[in-house]
Design a protein around this ligand. Structure first.
Ligand code: TYM
Length: 337
């Protein structure tokens, strides 16, 4: 990919290196990343957010492995480093450098309102570190360094993209047009895939109950078992509506994986029990995930190729990011070296 130039829109998104992503990450984000990559109207830029991962305590060797696994898994999902700019956050120091500056244009009050901060500080009460609090400023740096127009994310990240917009507007209002103002893009269906065991919670790999999530590395048998155990209700009717969160969640999964509308799914399963319905959902998910899993198994063995890809990605990304960082340094009044 060439350096992003005029006219084409820049899209940027990132994911934390949990290594094994969930079906939620895939349907809410990764699937859309590939669509943008294949659309000529966009420059697609993607990053593995390993610096964000440090806001929760990590085992160093595991973080290293997971970062590489995440890189391979995203390629297995269809991201091609020849078509997209695809790199690892810590390899482009401009992210951390820009984040410091943006921290100084971010208010304590607005950071305190972030739902993710509230949730994570409740969950990790013994480690409410400053990084967890200022996480959105680093995320703003990620986005703003690439003069991003659109940020495709799942529903849970919308608030962070909005604060990035506010920070960009604030900076621009002091210094002139330094940053493009990004827009979040949330998918209509799939933006919030829920837990299979408690459909009031989002599907998350940090859930203690392994039956609550599907991993992209799960075997076909595991996928079938997990969907069979998925919580529904006692009505035995496949309908998308309030009060039927379990069934509605499974319908969303079926809709995003097959392209069928909710009406089509309702008609198809009229008068049938949940057994048939759950099997259909599991089969649709397997059809989507099995090729990804096979490609991942192939790629993860080829460490030299992966290294070549992320090295190139870091070089290209640094060029773009340093251009914006240079502007920021000049505007805030740093004495150049
Ligand atoms: P992360 O790593 O938690 O999630 C990556 C992407 O997956 C989406 N997602 C979901 N979508 C639907 N249903 C779910 N159950 C589900 N769980 C996760 C997330 O919304 C996200 O789009 N802070 C970000 C990473 C990040 C970033 C950025 C994103 C760092 N810098 C700049 C965009 C732009 C995060 O932790 O996502």
């Amino acid at each position: 990919m060439e350096t992003p130039i005029t006219k084409k829109k820049n899209i940027f998104s990132a994911i934390q290196p949990t290594g094994t992503f969930t079906l939620g990450n895939y349907l809410g984000a990764l699937k859309y990343w590939v669509r943008f990559q294949e659309n000529e109207d966009y420059n697609a830029i993607f990053c593995i957010a390993d610096e964000h991962a440090l806001t929760v305590r990590q085992v160093p060797s595991e973080l290293r492995n997971r970062t590489l696994e995440a890189y391979a898994m995203i390629m297995a999902c269809g991201i091609d480093p020849e078509k997209s700019l695809f790199f690892i956050q810590n390899h482009v120091p401009a992210h951390a450098q820009a984040a410091w500056i943006l921290n100084c244009y971010t208010q304590f009050g607005e950071l305190s309102r972030m739902t993710q901060f509230k949730d994570k500080s409740a969950k990790h009460a013994d480690n409410i570190n400053a990084g967890l609090f200022t996480y959105p400023a680093l995320m703003a740096a990620d986005i703003l360094l690439y003069q991003t127009d659109i940020v495709p994310v799942g529903d849970d990240q919308k608030q962070h993209v909005e604060i990035a917009r506010n920070i960009a507007q604030r900076f621009n209002s002091v210094y002139g047009d330094v940053f493009n103002i990004p827009e979040p893009l949330i998918a209509k269906v799939g933006a919030r895939i829920m837990s299979l065991q408690d459909p009031a919670k989002k599907m998350s790999k940090s859930d203690e109950n392994i039956n609550s999530y599907i991993l992209l590395t799960d075997t076909n048998d595991q996928i079938i078992k997990k969907f069979k155990r998925a919580v529904t209700d006692s009505e035995a009717s496949v309908k998308y509506r309030n009060g039927k969160t379990g069934v509605s969640n499974l319908m969303s999964i079926l809709s995003v994986t097959t392209g069928k509308t909710f009406e089509q799914i309702e008609t198809e399963f009229e008068g049938k029990g949940y057994g048939d319905f759950k099997t259909a959902v599991a089969e649709a998910v397997i059809a989507e995930i099995e090729p990804v899993r096979n490609e991942y198994e192939r790629l993860i063995k080829d460490k030299a190729y992966l290294e070549q890809c992320y090295r190139k990605g870091a070089e290209k990304a640094s060029k773009i990011a340093n251009r914006t960082l240079g502007k920021m340094y000049k505007k805030v009044g740093f004495l150049p070296l």
